[in-house]
Write a protein that binds this ligand. Sequence first.
Ligand code: PRX
Length: 642
Amino acid sequence: MELQDKTFEDYQKTYQHSVDKPEEFWAGIAENFYWRRKWNNVLSWNFKEPAIKWFEGAKVNITENCLDRHIYNLGDKPAIIWEPNDPNEAYRVLSYKQLLGKVEQFANVLKNNGIHKGDRVCLYLPMVPELAIAVLACARIGAIHSVVFGGFSAQSIADRINDATCKLVITADGGFRGTKTIDLKNIVDDALVQCKSVERVIVLTRTRTPVAMLKGRDVWWEDEIKKVETQGNPAYPAEEMDAEDTLFILYTSGSTGKPKGVVHTTGGYMVYTGYTFSNAFQYQPGEVYFCTADIGWITGHSYIIYGPLSQGATSLMFEGVPSWPDSGRLWDIVAKHRVNIIYTAPTAIRSLMAAGDEYVEGKDLSSITKLGSVGEPLNEEAWHWFDEKIGKGKAPIVDTYWQTETGGFLISPIAGVTPTKPGYALLPLPGVQPILVDEQGAEITGNGVSGNLCIKFPWPGMLRTTWGDHERCRQTYFSTYENLYFTGDGCLRDESGYYRITGRVDDVLNVSGHRIGTAEVENAINMHSDVVESAVVGYPHPVKGQGIYAFVVSGEHHQIDTELARQDINKTVARIIGAIAKPDKIQFVSGLPKTRSGKIMRRILRKIAEGDTSNLGDTSTLLDPEVVNEIKAGALTGEKTS
Ligand code: PRX
């Protein structure tokens, strides 16, 4: 079976087939991959436990699909183009052959450092090719990688390492982001004070930041590579994995205080990311594809590394930020490397749009044929700017809707094949069966309706469990509505049957495309010694999509409503979670609106944060209705940040 639908009729036929005979459909897609041994059974599943198995009995290694199988035809073609933070530093190109060589070399490093199949390895690295190499080397030997985004704090790293009992950490002395240098190794050192399971730390040289290398624990990446070279750089045949062996863990925020380790397995994830990449982007051989995400998030896993490489694509990775040295950087990269497909996030589009068209004008964007967006709803204004200024009205925009848990795209246009509509993720990809339900779980049928978005049939890329806590997986995704996977998102289906994601319906914020749980931020704020309690809600933010608004009750010093107190709280949050979770606004209040049973009425706080205090609904059940007037009076309106 072909991986790409070429016409809308093709898509409709494929879609129908995928619903009528899902197993036959996915077996046909899976035939496009290399399996050491084929499956006995395409799918077994129930959403009750949940227990989901794809391609059971099959033997496979994802790196053979991403590397070895391309060597004959594409060996000298670029697999990865790396653009450094500083445009004056030389860029790097790794052909498929070179990338395979480096992955095998680092697989040997892992082996020399006592890592075996099933061991957990934490990666905390900047966006350099070595991050992709380390990820693939883990997959090659069957070790489970857990990549932690470079913006997370020592505490967040420690929590993730301990949850997965990682044996090894791979980091760098530091990382460059715009004008900043981030001292990654120092942050890891702070984290490891709390981590007993870590036996070894491999440190890559990137920034030449001074670091403390602990004898017996810390080794340099470069020294370890030299050892393998003196061993004669032996090949490292890929470990044979079961299709359902765990490939990686990636932590993500939910509505409770503690991030969950989303578990993806090997065979289904490989098939799903490869298929969706190929089809949605209509990737053509030789095209240069540039995803601006960080490998620390699921987008980088699925659509910088695994999806594109399994399809023999050229994947461009970028170390820096879109705004440095100026807001034309992404467009300079497009011109320099003749990028054909650019896949980015609404927050980046909005901030570049706000910076002004002078950064786009005069840039050679003639290579661009397709555009993509992910992470949050792409508002119409940004959609049109992206379409006109970047795509010059000729490049279809695929607004891909998906999640860490889904592994790959669920609802998305197919470039040039299905229509597009600003603000819409459009139609489910083949194999995906969305359903809208009301609060009670009853299906909402027909068009021109809204509801909570669920998926009623498994797809190969879906999560299998949450690490170390299967019950949490069941409760979070499979217990709200019987026999359905619940996304946590609200959704509208318009008169044409097109889907528009309207945002989270739970206590999860989406700040610049980063998922942040309100409870997590509250826990962090409450760690500050002067804070009694707090409540965090989101509010519309012109660039970030959502901003973080914190209502804080402070102790005896609550009268000290000063800039310093705000900065202290921000520091605390940055320390506990990371700078990405710092509140944009902090309002000190003497109390929170609570019901008599002690529940915080978030609905009221959300309205106040949105600046809409005209109709706060029924406040008569509040313990102290007066507190609402005080909060209203002190509300931080406008774009003044804390
Ligand atoms: O609310 C949806 C939003 O991002 C959430 C998933 O976040 P995360 O797991 O961090 O993954 C982000 C990258 C896949 C979803 O529940 N979201 C993601 N893509 C879109 C979106 N909202 C609207 N439109 C999208 N295209």
